[in-house]
Design a protein around this ligand. Sequence first.
Ligand SMILES: [Zn+2]
Length: 416
Amino acid sequence: MTRFLHIVASLLLLSFLLPYPALAARKKAVGQTADPRPLSVLGEVKHWSNPDYTRISLEFDRDVTWEAHELGKGSPGKPGRVYIDINHAKLGPGVKDITIGDGLLKGVRLGQYKHDVVRVVLDTENIKDYKVFPLSEPARVVIDVRGERRAEISRLEETISARQEQAAEPKPKPEAPVAAEKKARPQKKPFISKIRRIVVDPGHGGHDSGALGPDGVKEKDVVLAIGLKLRDLLRDELGLDVVMTRSTDVFIPLEERTAIANKVNADLFVSVHANAALNHVASGIETYYLNLAKTEKAAQLAAKENGTTLEKVSVLQAILFDLMANYKLNDSAHLADEVQRSLHGRIKGIHPDVRNLGVKQGPFYVLVGATMPSILVETAFVSNPQEEARLSDPAYQEQTAEGIMEGIRGYITSLK
Ligand SMILES: [Zn+2]
């Protein structure tokens, strides 16, 4: 005990004897020499925005760390200001401030705050919350900002939808407004529900082929074909407003796909993919929603679909709960369940041997930040020769699209 007190006393004495500036200088010197790597360069800044949601993506040439700070948040009439300091980084040539002016953010200012710190200032007008998270390959820092009005709008939409439903019930079949444009398929009775707009996201595209089959079939091609058929079915059969993240062979970054869904205020988000495994015997259908991976296989698949490594998947998993605050977890699980059951049932009717791998969970970049029920469907294994052949068959693509559409119909019906 005496000895312990003696040590404490010595430490106290030492701290008084050492002049503070010397300590500070030593700390600074250590900080400056600790990181011999070249500074990360901020090369590109993108944003997607509507009055209630803005996503900003900062692209660097290597991974970065950051600190987020807020000033004056919560004081009424005085919008909070958020700034994010990116460590060990510098502004690339030609990187400029961005003007947004959407009612949520006035803009984003970018500056070289210190020789090795880039400061990103969000000039906010009326924000409710924000999230900052990293994505890899390429290294990005994504900032999602949400406004106050979104909650009000969804409450208002629910009231309107309830009124429409009441008003519509006694009348015979109201015609959907899209009916006039449609020629090919007969218009079915439209749904009057909270679900009006859906984003269909065919995975990969452009330089990103996705998984490759042994016979050369590319995931990006077959999922686009399925996605386009799904779009037509959702419009014609369910009368939904469909927005495609891509309808041609073009590359769209994963964070942009989610941003599109949030920006257009989609009610559902469905990402369409084809699976792959080293073992060419692996086959079947599985549907994912966003959560921690429960198995090594799910984590490996997320790494593959994210275009990154297992290590980066664990980085994302570590912060996933914080990012899922606005994610409709239960609704997504429910949607996944309906789509999986319906899709497997539809394909089983033609190929009785098709395996049902069930509904699973994983940390997929493309689902992070989505505010509506959102799923990722692995339609079949392009790495399996038999399923590869099926995937490139237009009839099978149509059946797959039908299975997904029927699952979405089941989900919508179950909401009533
Ligand atoms: Zn994929």
